[in-house]
Design a protein around this ligand. Structure first.
Ligand SMILES: Nc1ncnc2c1ncn2[C@@H]1O[C@H](COP(=O)(O)OP(=O)(O)O)[C@@H](O)[C@H]1O
Ligand SMILES: [Mg+2]
Length: 330
């Protein structure tokens, strides 16, 4: 488990101060994957550097399984760092070394005996599905295979936490899917605590159990994926469950409705239409499964003069989230 408490990082540029992290707190349980999304400049890279102690936070703390990393004295810092494995957008392998020797590198640094390195490397390459590729050089491997070597190398020091910085941003969709499956599988098998920094919502949707939205150094939305997706007014919801753009039709009120799990939309919607004697016009809709829950998201337009408030109350009463996106125009 990793716990980040009130992390602040202020950079000085001449006599100007740049607040890159402005009180970031988060907690990720063992065996789960937490996604961090945010636009460029939000503070993602700074967070990564502070978590790996490559950069020292201005204040706040980072602890792994209750032990505070930032409290480690210099001598312990290297050991502390080994509790966090990192994978990057580009695997950052050494071109002159074979796959096996790349994975061996972190073990050589801490002077692991050669025989132990050999068996550990074989075990790691097998774990990431690269058995038989021990002697291949990075140039002989595909992008996905290189990323697998990077993952094996990150796991060499038996870390508790795996920090993934844009792990699939340089990969094609099929390879992305394979690498995400691998990360998910390793999280379970090794009971890792995983943080994934990404700008790709697909990655969040596909493997994350929970998510935080980072904006100008602050976490402005966070929670289990399911909860965040169900929050129709939130910003993550509309990117997790996007609706295609649609023309409105006439002057009636436009609503967005979101239902999940057992509140099946069609009966609810047709029931509401009947109850209120309304002819509802569905402008756009999508049905998606997210974090094991089925979500339906619809944009509907009511006829002019409809009793929007009563309809919204009725739907809300049935467990459907409702948001007015356009008031009736006259
Ligand atoms: N070494 C630095 N010195 C000064 N300002 C920095 C430094 N690193 C990052 N920043 C600033 O901190 C903010 C967050 O940057 P960064 O963490 O790189 O965001 P992201 O990775 O989300 O794009 C930006 O305003 C950036 O200009
Ligand atoms: Mg960055």
């Amino acid at each position: 488990m990793i716990t980040v408490t009130d992390l602040r990082k202020v950079y000085r540029q001449g006599n100007r101060e740049v607040v890159a992290l402005d009180g970031v707190s988060l907690s990720v349980p063992k065996g789960s994957i937490h996604g961090i999304v945010g636009h460029s400049g939000a503070g993602k890279s700074t967070l990564v550097r502070c978590l790996t102690l490559l950069d020292s936070p201005t204040s706040g703390s980072v602890s792994i399984n209750g032990a505070e990393l930032s409290a480690s004295r210099d001598a312990d810092l290297r050991t502390a760092r080994r509790r966090i494995g990192m994978i990057f957008q580009h695997a950052n392998l050494m071109d002159s070394r074979t796959a096996a020797d790349n994975v061996a590198h972190p073990l050589e640094i801490v002077k692991t005996p050669r025989a132990a390195i050999r068996s550990k490397v074989a075990e790691l390459l097998k774990l990431v599905g690269l058995e038989g590729f021990e002697n291949a050089y990075p140039s002989q491997l595909s992008g996905g295979q290189r990323q697998r070597v990077g993952i094996a190398r990150a796991l060499a020091s038996d870390p508790d936490v795996l920090l993934c910085d844009e792990p699939t941003s340089a990969l094609d969709p099929k390879t992305t899917d394979e690498i995400l499956t691998l990360i998910q599988d390793l999280t379970q098998r090794l009971q890792l605590t995983v943080l994934v920094i990404t700008h790709e919502m697909q990655v969040i949707k596909r493997i994350c159990d929970s998510v935080s939205l980072l904006e100008a150094g602050r976490i402005v939305e966070h929670g289990p994926l399911r909860t965040v997706a169900a929050d129709l007014g939130g910003r993550l919801s509309s990117t997790l469950l996007p609706l295609p753009p649609a023309e409105t039709n006439g002057s009636g009120t436009v609503l967005e409705i979101l239902y999940s799990g057992d509140s099946a939309s069609e009966p609810v919607l047709t029931g509401a239409a009947r109850t209120f004697g309304l002819d509802l016009n569905v402008l756009a809709g999508s049905v998606e499964s997210l974090a094991g829950t089925q979500f339906g998201h619809l944009r509907i337009q009511l006829p002019a003069g409809a009793d929007t408030a009563s309809l919204a109350r009725h739907l809300t009463g049935q467990g459907v989230a409702v948001r007015v996106v356009q008031e009736e125009t006259s």
